[in-house]
Each structure stands twice: as C-alpha cells, then as structure tokens.
Ligand binder design. Structure first.
Ligand SMILES: [Zn+2]
Length: 165
C-alpha cells in the first residue's frame, strides 16, 4: 500500500508520512513553571534546559521500529541526566566520534498521555553524531513503552501517537 495515501485510522484524513511526529517542546517540569520563575531560573534552548543548576535536560528521540516500514517512528522526548553526565555530553557536543561514547543512564522527563506514567522512567541515552539527536532506549521491561520499542508498532499506533496533541 502507498503509505502517502493511507487513510489515518484515527481521523480518516490523509497525512503525508513526514507531516507529523509526536514531539515534546520542553521537559514537563519546565512547562509547569510559572512564567516569571521560568525566566529567572531556567536556561533553555531547543536542545538543552538547565533548571536552577539542579536539573539538567537534553532533547532526544525515542525510535521505535515500524512494521512494514524501513524508517522507525521517532517520539521527540526530553531526558534528565546527572550533572556530571550533562557536562560530558556538553564536552562531546561537536565531537565527530561522540557515538563511540557508552550510553548514559537517564530518566524520561515527559509524560506521554494514555500510557502508564513515563515521567521518571529509567532509560539510556546514546549519542549519535554532531547533527543528529541522541537516541533513547527504555530500560524498564515492565513498561509498555519498553515493549513497543522492542517489538515495534504498527501504522495504527503511529496514528494514535500523532493525535495525542
Ligand atoms: Zn489523523
């Protein structure tokens, strides 16, 4: 079937394949801050956030294999890392060999609606390259997101993710 002309199982419309991917703009903790506090206490960009020099966040992607499709589906998520790991990632930011670095232990910093709590879920973060976002591997085998990443998802599940926001 030509994916470009596939009818969305949620809304019945056509969506070009690349049109939508679920992505969180900022870590939940940052989004929940009152504006004045956020301006005073949070250093933020589309790649990193530092809150009160206590919380260190990095933007990453969670790739999931898709049945009958070469390209994985990627959810844009933030992870929280320890300060020492954040400094290490920062030091490697422009390093062409950064993908050789072993993965970092991280916590997911967003809750994905309609799943058991994903905020704080343990995961690992693998650097991938200078121009590509780091990739997340979910670490908790008891969580459905772990199963989806291991076993893959189908196009109907992608439709559901794309319509969460
Ligand atoms: Zn739709």
């Amino acid at each position: 079937m030509n994916e470009e002309r596939r009818i969305c199982s949620v809304c019945g419309e056509f969506h070009p394949q690349a049109e939508m991917e679920l992505a969180f703009r900022r870590p939940d903790l940052v989004c929940e801050l009152p504006v004045a506090e956020r301006e005073a206490d949070c250093l933020e960009s589309d790649d990193i956030c530092i809150l009160r020099k206590e919380h260190y966040f990095i933007r990453a992607v969670l790739p999931m294999p898709v049945a009958d499709r070469k390209e994985p589906y990627r959810i844009g998520l933030w992870v929280e890392v320890d300060k020492v790991d954040f400094q290490r990632v920062h030091a490697l930011w422009d390093d062409p060999a950064q993908a050789d670095e072993p993965p970092f232990a991280v916590r997911i910093a967003n809750h994905i609606p309609q799943l058991p709590q994903t905020l704080g879920l343990s995961a690992s973060l693998q650097l991938t390259g200078r121009t590509t976002r780091p990739e997340i591997s979910i670490g908790d085998p008891a969580h459905p997101l772990y199963t989806e990443q291991q076993d893959g998802i189908d196009m109907g599940r992608i439709d559901e993710y794309n319509h969460l926001f």
